[in-house]
Structures are given as structure tokens and as C-alpha cells.
Ligand binder design. Sequence first.
Ligand SMILES: [Zn+2]
Length: 436
Amino acid sequence: MTTLHGYRGMLLDYAGDPSHNADAVRLEPDGLLLVSDGKVFARGSYSELAAAHPEAPVVDYRGQLIVPGFIDGHVHYPQTDMIAAYGEQLLAWLERYTFPAERRFRDPAHAAEVAEVFLSELVRHGTTTALVLCSVHPESVDALAGAALARNQRLILGKVWMDRNAPPDLCDTAESAYADSQRLIARWHERGRLRYAITPRFAPSSTPAQLEAAAALWREHPTTYLHTHLSENPAEIDWVLSLFPGRESYTDVYDHYGLLTAKSIFAHGVHLSGAEVARLAQARSTLAFCPTANLFLGSGLFRYPEIREAGVSVVLGTDVGAGTTFSLLGTLSAAYQVLQLQRYCLSPHHGLFLATLGGAAALGLDDVVGNFEVGKEADFVVLDFQSTPTLRRRLAAPADVDECLFALIMLGDDRAVRATYVAGSLAHALTPPAGQ
Ligand SMILES: [Zn+2]
């Protein structure tokens, strides 16, 4: 016998990309989401479903918006404590702030402590799935994976590889990175809701031998992911071309070593040529659009319209600690502004789609998360239109859902996340939910 739990509120999810098909927007103004064993059992109008299932206790979120859990397609957990580090662009920022912060993850106790903070911050901001870089230390993966497994939180994570151009005590080797990652795949990949990502940091910090080893390991484990950075900053790109003479472009470096796959996620891609974008589309690789990080480090503007037109799949990333917030609402607000500078208008539904079903599809997880299809994992977020005085005043006059959603994206933050449910269990609540 199944135990049903109901959640009443304004339900919003997407059956597909709403910018291609307006019918993909599924809005239930007075809706009920029924959950059983951590999965979606039914979604629909409250009056119909409550009458059909009077036995289900209902949590009352009337006046709030219930949407699928947010998906963060690129974030660094060892950088949790160094977010908002002043004054540098990418390469100097790595040297001055990032490497010292990551060095501390050699200590399993420190890794375990930050892992708990990091996972709490994700759900506090409504994020229920994340693609995460750990540090070079295998212990950092063990700490985060163990904590996520205990919380049943969906993560894709991996140990960073770097065997050159980093402080010597943070370098691994091609052989050790391969062996450590192989062990970590055996330990964590497809365990509970975890997936593994083979994670060379970026081309400058891996020798050709290490890039080859990463590709070889992926070919042995093709259900894992490949996760790295690409074309973030002009000085970085010049450096890559000098380190890999003979390669046409930054993308061509990864391509040459066998790292362009349908399971590859490349963060940034801010300065790609048309040829590089076309090659990424052909390889069915994904780009992570990290607008707050691109602005914070002065890297440049992600050319989303062109990249989308070329058929490259895109996931949003917060990229903390270069990114300035764990919030996908804040990230969407920055994305909107980055795209305004390119005369492109990101609609609120298109934005929320990217943060939910679109991100899930880009990560190959849309069979299990991303919307409220029956049988999917019940990861969802309750958003509060009244969370700040500004939002309250902005939405005081009757407004349609598009206007409310846009205000929430531009003005909302962690205070708007009233509650987050992970596989049907309450993982975060601003205030205790009210029964009915
Ligand atoms: Zn990053």
C-alpha cells in the first residue's frame, strides 16, 4: 500500500521548451502535487485530485508557486568559503584565492564540514541537482558524496585532475588521477542518486598525457560524465594555444584528446568561434552558461542566441566561487541582463525551463527529474511571491503568472525559497509547512 502526500499551490512546470511551443507551459493555478515513495504520483487540479484521493494529507502552499527543483550545471564545492574574492581575473584569481582554498580539502574533516554547508546552501536556494567539481584530493569526493548520499540529494561530482601549472602540492599525475578516479567511480557512480564526472580542471593544468588518460577512463566508463572548463577568458585562451601548439582552437585541444562527447559539459564557452560552436553541436556536448561568474571575473558575455541556434545544449551554472550566488533565481537575473546586452530577451518561462527541464535534459537526466511527469523523482521548490517588501509591492496589483515569475526571477533570492523537497522529503523550510 502506498502512502500519498499532497502539496497544494500554484503548480508550474514544462513539457518541453516553451520558447518553441507555448503549449509546453503547464500551469495549474490551484493545483495538487501528489507524491508517493519519493516520486510524482499525480499532478492536476486540487479539486479533482483531492476528491479522488481523500486519504492523502495535504500541505497547504496556496498563494505560492510550486516548481521543479533547480538544476545547477556547474559549481565548485571547495570554493564555498571563498565566494566574492576581490580584484582579479581568472588566472590570477586561481593563484591568489582558489588554490589556497582548495588546498585545505586534503583534510577530510574540513572537506566533510564544507560538504554539509554546501549541500545545505544548495537546498536553501532551491537547487536539487548539481554538477560539482571537488578538489584534487579524492577525500574531497568521498566527503561530498557520502553527505549527499545520506541526504538523498542528486549530484554529479568528480575529483579535479591537474598535473601541471598548479602548486606542486596540489598536483596529481596522469597515473594517479586515473587510478583515483577509477576507484571513485567504482565507489560512487550510480550509487543512490549520485553520478560521477571525470573532471580535468582545464586544459592548461593537464599535460597531454593526462588529457589522454581522462578520455581513456571515460571510454571505459561511458555512462560517467566529462566535466571541465572551456574558453572563459582571453588570456587563458592564448595560454592554451601556446601550451598546445598545432591545435586550431581551445575546443580543438579537447577534441584532439577525445574529450568532446555527448556526456561532456564545458563551463563557459564565452569566446568560442563559430567553428568551435559547430563542432560542439556536432559532438552533442553541453555548455554551462554561468552569467554571474562571467560578469564577476570580467570574462565576457555568453552568446546564448547563437549557441542555441547552432544546436548546442545549454545548462545554467552558478559557478560558485567565481559566481556570486548559489541562487538559480539570481543566476537567471544575471542571464537576463547578459542577454539584454546582446539584444536578446530571455522570457521568464524560457528562463525557468533552463533552470529545470532544460538543465535536466542537457545533463541527460530528464528521464528522472526536471518536471512533474508521473514517476519522476519528486524534487520541488515552493517559491514565495511575498518574500520581500519590494516583491510584495511589485506584485500588489493583480498580475498574470508571466509577470509574477519575471518579478520573482529579478527580485527573488534565497528568501523566496519557502521550502525545498528532495525526493519527496522536506530538505529545507523557512517556516514549518502548514497542514490542512
Ligand atoms: Zn568553474
